[in-house]
Design a protein around this ligand. Structure first.
Ligand code: 5GP
Ligand code: MN
Length: 341
């Protein structure tokens, strides 16, 4: 991954202004990469004399609660006034791990209302909005955490990375790559991991904190979903699953409990695409994963008002569960007939 020298120089000039008021923002349903990159970047800026506020639209999943600094993140849904005040007063707004303000839901309007702050995008999704003063858009980066690491290294050197930063950066690199098993696993990524490891972080402990800290309800919900709700299409090359609110209540669902379910059908040989539909109050959240050439970013954009990456994307559906599934199955046929599956 090659960072633009021009963008680094612009960012360096911006950050040379003393004591900036900075807002660091990430997306709705923040994941390990969103939270990890925000916390690391905010800490790096704070240690250089800037005042930072991290904001996310809604709460992060409980298995990230242990992360250093996470309690200081302002959750817009819980503290809208505090978030709006920080945004109104900001000199600079950093947008991390998302590519358009629509990924912020209602918080997007608050950001749009601030026309004074300079805006910087640091992201790895496809098709970024161009409405920023400085853009670091790298779809070839496996995580935003790796991107933040690379920017810190370019600005201040690898030796500047603290153990606190290393720990939260590792979380995002690990979660966005499925514990280093997805695409974009480059030599540079492994070099950055060597730097993080040299700070003394406890990598097995980080893994346990994130992946071995779920509830009993989550384990049972997973078994139920795979056993009862997983349906195969097109000779076992496409799978879908669904969860209604009533089903989730039965297993004491907490936000984050369905994280990773969508990956499981891809453990079956020949599977090329997997989807899960999760019922929310106002819509159904669609999560998509694929293998190889099957492009779920395009699929999500075309059929579910969404987007993401080529092999991991998401979107929304505003019709019933039955209708969502019927639409998905029809879309799969259409996509396959075009030779895209
Ligand atoms: P997940 O399935 O883990 O929620 O999301 C997978 C990927 O798709 C993430 O990179 C996420 O940012 C993206 N994504 C999820 N939902 C949406 C959506 O509604 N719109 C867009 N544009 N991207 C989404
Ligand atoms: Mn990410």
């Amino acid at each position: 991954m090659e960072l633009s020298q021009n963008s680094i120089e612009q960012l360096s000039a911006l950050l040379s202004e003393p004591a900036l008021k900075v807002v660091v923002l990430s997306h709705t349903n923040p994941d390990g990469d969103a939270v990890g990159s925000s916390l690391a970047w905010a800490e790096a800026l704070r240690s250089r004399g800037h005042q930072t506020t991290c904001i996310v639209p809604n709460k992060f999943p409980y298995y990230l609660d242990w992360m250093t600094g996470i309690r200081d993140i302002v959750i817009y849904r819980n503290e809208a006034e505090r978030a709006a005040k920080a945004v109104a007063e900001a000199d600079v707004i950093f947008c991390l791990d998302f590519h358009t303000l629509s990924r912020l839901d209602a918080l997007g309007d608050v950001i749009a209302a601030n026309t004074v702050a300079r805006r910087v995008l640091i992201d790895h999704h496809l098709d970024p909005s161009q409405d920023f003063d400085i853009i670091f858009s790298h779809p070839e980066s496996s995580s935003t955490c790796f991107l933040v690491y690379s920017i810190i290294e370019a600005l201040w050197g690898a030796q500047s990375v603290t153990a606190t930063q290393a720990e939260v950066l590792y979380v995002g690199m690990m979660t966005d790559t499925g514990n280093f098993s997805f695409s974009h696993l480059t030599p540079e990524l492994y070099r950055s991991l060597a730097v993080l490891s040299a700070t003394g972080i406890d990598i097995p402990q980080i893994y346990n904190n994130v992946y071995n800290s779920f509830t009993e309800g989550r384990a049972r919900l997973f078994g139920y979903t795979i056993n009862r709700k997983m349906k195969f299409l097109r000779k076992g090359t496409v799978a879908h699953m669904s969860l209604t609110e009533a089903e989730m209540r039965r297993f004491w669902f907490q936000q984050g409990d369905s994280e990773g379910f969508v990956n499981y059908p891809l453990t079956v040989k020949k599977m090329r695409m997997s989807a899960i539909f999760i019922e929310h109050t106002d819509f159904i959240r669609v999560s998509l994963r694929s293998r190889g050439k099957v492009d779920v970013n395009l699929f999500a954009a075309r059929y579910f008002e969404g987007g993401g990456h080529k092999n991991a994307a998401g979107g929304k559906s505003y019709v019933s569960m039955e209708e969502t599934i019927a639409r998905f199955e029809a879309a799969v046929e259409e996509y396959a007939n075009e030779g895209l599956i």
